[in-house]
Design a protein around this ligand. Structure first.
Ligand code: IVH
Length: 671
């Protein structure tokens, strides 16, 4: 293959992987493998400049629009960064800058080093300090309007926290998903029978592209800012002062910023972080190195839509090869069947890995993973290990394609694939021992009933012996029954029985969590407990009532009503086995001002007239503009005149603004 053929092959290949990554959020190769392809293309084109064409992936920034969202033309293009993969390339970057600026060979340039957060670039426009619009980078010139979704990100302030906010200020940064949140979302998706996200970056991308912002809000995305686009603020003198300004405006910036003197300091800093980065609670795939001085930046300018003054150093992905010893099928508590690769143990990114998820049958098919295969595994997003690809050259001749068996490995029931779901399930919800086992493991787990001494193994024994067929049965086991179990002596029985007794009384939120309702994690359980206060209020709630609860979406609401519709007996059974569910703090009635008619007069200090009236209405009361016999309360501030006199003559209660605010329930938002 000559250079021109190779270039054209690389372009097609890269375009294909770009589409999988950016459009489908489902890459089939690792970032490191992608970077190798791109790097080879960059090198070949550099050696053969006549072969460069406009449609080469090296000439394009980012991804095409996926449609569905309105277009936003960026005030200033959103640039991309050139990449470096070695210390030599960083030194070359520094040398280029010196040549360009005609600097002395021994003058050290100051570089601002920032972690390269592995998420999605966003641009957010603030008008007079007020959050106005958010957009993706798109192709660098035109992005997608994702205002509604970005608005839900808590670390994005809706108003800048500075006195003299600029007329216009477009800030840029990265939206990403911290590891804990990534795990929480994938756990929920697994429980719900949805395909799990391959890594936090894809989960963040999927969340930003939601048509329903409520779903985005449920995924607690984070954002960190690192640059300013179109703006009426004076240009900061350096990258470090820019970051300081962003922080002063209330915009989150990543805390691991280091100012380095000269490129050798930069290299040392990057080496130090190669190890440290795996302990961070979010993903970083490299280090962005920026000339700190703004004047130098201006002189350097940009080329091919990337600034000359910055470069992204990319850490090599943490990948290793090992062998698939077996493929196991795991049955979850909702019956979802997940294939798992049992691996020959291998150390990857400092952790011994012996299992990797294979997600579902279509993932297995796409990668064609077989028992006996040598595979490349990667700690995806440095969190859970996944199989990246198969080394087909090392495949044993006798190997056969893997197909998930048609029957449940635990109860033998034929597996089903419900319409529209990616996941295969065992439909034998009531009796499948594997489902019962995982349901009960969840029921007794730390955040649920937290029963000391009752782990998976003991539960399995109890289920096998027929002692426990449901959650309620746990509270009915007798010491004598337990004594009959293998390797269980009196001491252990005592401990178990006292552990079970000690957890008979639970808080409402733990109880809700313990039920293992799809979509209900620890936080949702807490929200429900605080809202409804009692189990009886929750078990009788309709979907309509549930969706009105702040942060409970439609699919969650439906899953709750469906669950309770099918499990009223289960609950009664648990209660009759002696479980006591403590009520949560009595929720505040939303209608405490029903029948009350308020009038506001005079000046208000903390509230505006409109917001005070809106508050009254939100609590079920009425707000009117004039005092009459029907008025029940007049809120009078300084300067009150005729309305106050009339109210007094009619004997109507008169209070001031402070007393009005004090009379409201604690959890009312006062703006
Ligand atoms: S600066 C001209 N700083 O990396 C300025 N980018 O490979 C361009 N990224 O599109 C961006 N962390 O999505 C910059 N601290 C950081 C970054 C960062 C992550 C992403 C960003 C950018 C991509 C370029």
């Amino acid at each position: 293959m000559d250079a021109s053929e190779r270039i054209s092959w690389l372009r097609t290949e890269i375009a294909h992987h770009n589409a999988l990554y950016y459009i489908n959020d489902a890459p089939t190769i690792s970032d490191a493998e992608y970077d190798v392809l791109l790097h080879e293309l960059i090198a070949l084109e550099a050696a053969n400049p006549s072969l460069i064409s406009d449609d080469s992936p090296t000439q394009r920034v980012g991804a095409p629009l996926s449609g569905g969202f309105a277009e936003v033309v960026h005030g200033r293009p959103m640039l991309s960064l050139a990449n470096a993969f070695s210390a030599d390339e960083l030194i070359e970057f520094d040398a280029r800058i010196r040549r360009f600026l005609e600097l002395d060979q021994d003058a050290d340039i100051q570089y601002c080093c920032e972690l390269k957060l592995d998420g999605l670039a966003v641009s957010i426009t603030y008008n007079k300090g007020v959050f106005y619009r958010a957009a993706t980078r798109g192709d660098g010139t035109t992005g997608e309007d994702i205002t509604a979704n970005v608005r839900t990100i808590r670390s994005v302030p809706l108003r800048m926290t500075i006195e003299d906010a600029p007329e216009l200020c477009e800030v840029r940064g990265e939206v990403y998903l911290p590891h804990a949140e990534f795990r929480r979302i994938n756990d929920l998706r697994e429980a719900a029978g949805d395909a799990t996200f391959a890594n936090p970056r894809n989960a963040a991308a999927g969340s930003l592209r939601q048509q329903d912002p409520k779903i985005t809000a449920e995924r607690r995305l984070a954002a960190a800012f690192y640059s300013i686009g179109e703006s009426t603020t004076p240009e900061p003198q350096s990258q470090t002062s820019l970051l300081e300004w962003l922080r002063s405006a209330g915009l989150h910036t990543d805390s691991h910023v280091q100012l380095c003197n000269g490129i050798h300091d930069v290299v040392a800093h990057i080496e130090k972080w190669e190890q440290l980065r795996s302990a961070l609670p979010y993903d970083t795939d490299g280090m962005v190195v920026k000339v700190n001085d703004a004047d130098m930046q201006r002189r350097l300018g940009s080329v091919a839509r990337a600034p000359r003054w910055a470069i992204a150093y990319k850490y090599p992905a943490q990948q290793v090869e090992t062998i698939v010893e077996d493929i196991l099928v795991q049955v979850g508590r909702t019956g979802a069947v997940t294939p798992l690769a049992k691996l020959r143990p291998v150390v990857c990114a400092g952790v011994t890995v012996s299992r990797a998820t294979l997600h579902n049958q279509s993932e297995i098919d796409r990668k064609d993973v077989r028992i006996g295969d040598t595979v490349v595994i990667q700690r995806a997003g440095e969190v859970i290990p996944e199989v990246v690809s198969v080394v087909v050259a090392h495949r044993p001749e006798s190997s056969v394609q893997y197909v998930i068996p048609p029957h449940c490995p635990s109860c033998g029931t034929e597996l089903v694939r419900p319409d529209g779901e990616a996941v295969i399930r065992c439909p034998n919800v009531a009796e499948c021992p594997a489902q019962l086992q995982t349901r009960l493991e969840h029921f007794v787990s730390r955040l649920a009933f937290n029963i000391d001494g009752l782990g998976g193994e003991r539960l399995a024994q109890m289920i096998d012996a027929g002692l426990v067929k449901s959650a309620a049965d746990i509270f009915r086991v007798k010491p004598d029954d337990l004594l009959g179990l293998d390797r269980v002596g009196t001491k252990l029985v005592e401990n178990l029985v006292s552990g079970i007794d000690a957890s008979r009384t639970v808080t409402l939120s733990r109880f809700i969590y313990a039920l293992g309702i799809r979509h209900i994690g620890e936080r949702a359980a807490e929200i429900l407990a605080n809202h409804f206060g009692t189990l009886s209020a929750l078990r009788g709630a309709s979907t309509d009532t549930l969706v009105k609860v702040h942060e409970i979406g439609l699919s969650t609401a439906e899953s709750i009503t469906e669950w309770f519709a099918a499990h009223q007996e289960t609950i009664d059974d648990i209660l009759s086995a002696g479980v006591i569910v403590e009520d949560a703090a009595v929720p505040v009635s939303r209608d405490i001002l029903a029948g009350q008619i308020y009038v506001f007069t005079g000046a208000l200090e903390r509230l505006t007239r409109e917001s005070a009236e809106a508050l009254v209405r939100s609590l079920g009361g009425t707000a009117t503009g004039s005092v009459s016999k029907k008025t029940t309360c007049l809120v009078a501030g300084p300067g009150a005149g005729s309305k106050l006199a009339k109210a007094e003559s009619l004997g109507i209660t008169v209070i001031d603004e402070a007393a009005f605010i004090a009379s409201l329930p604690d959890d009312v938002d006062i703006k």
